[in-house]
Design a protein around this ligand. Structure first.
Ligand code: 2DT
Length: 174
């Protein structure tokens, strides 16, 4: 299990300061930090996948593209954002843990970080909608842990099995 951003690296600590509103960075620059934070895990991910390990990633390039695109910065179109990460392994399955932005805002600790604002989260949601493809599945994240786990298992098991049986590893955004 890996999670992005990985705040434990030096790039990750710059991202953490930005998310905690302790630093200001240009939108394009911080986007590249998020990308670099994934690229610095590239060889480890490829090694693990080659050894037959199933990787579970808490956020990946989809969050990168969606959050930056949601800022509506005209000079950072989605195709440019996607093109920065095509050297990374593709996800076989993307599970979008879906809750309404309003329900998310009622959770404990909400509002402490830079992006935890209702209006911005609604824009992120629209950006995620635009990224949906055939690998994408939506999980209702408003239920109990058991109900969520059941949905995740049902969606993930056939995909993990197919990968074990030799389904080829793709590249992101191919
Ligand atoms: P959490 O640590 O609570 O998931 O919040 N983000 C994440 C980006 O803007 N770009 C990215 O590439 C990634 C991986 C989503 C992390 C916040 O950072 C945003 C929420």
């Amino acid at each position: 299990m890996l999670r992005f951003p990985d705040r434990s690296t030096s790039i990750g600590s710059a991202i953490n300061a930005y998310l905690a509103n302790q630093s200001q960075l240009d939108d394009g620059a911080v986007h590249l930090l998020f990308v670099a934070n994934r690229l610095e895990k590239r060889s480890e991910m490829l090694r693990l996948l080659a050894s037959g390990t199933t990787l579970v990633l808490d956020r990946y390039s989809y969050s990168g593209v969606a959050y930056t695109a949601a800022k509506g910065v005209g000079h950072l179109p989605m195709d440019y954002l996607k093109s920065l990460e095509t050297v990374l392994p593709a996800a076989d399955l993307v599970l979008h843990m879906h809750m309404s932005a309003e329900a998310t805002a009622r959770r404990g600790g909400y509002g402490e970080e830079r992006y935890e604002k209702l209006e911005f989260q609604q824009k992120v949601m629209s950006a995620f909608e635009a990224l949906r493809d055939e690998r994408w599945a939506v999980v209702d994240a408003s239920g109990t842990i058991e109900a969520i786990a059941e949905q995740v298992a049902a969606l993930a098991e056939p995909v993990v099995r197919a990968a074990r049986e030799g389904a080829p590893l793709g590249r992101l955004w191919d």
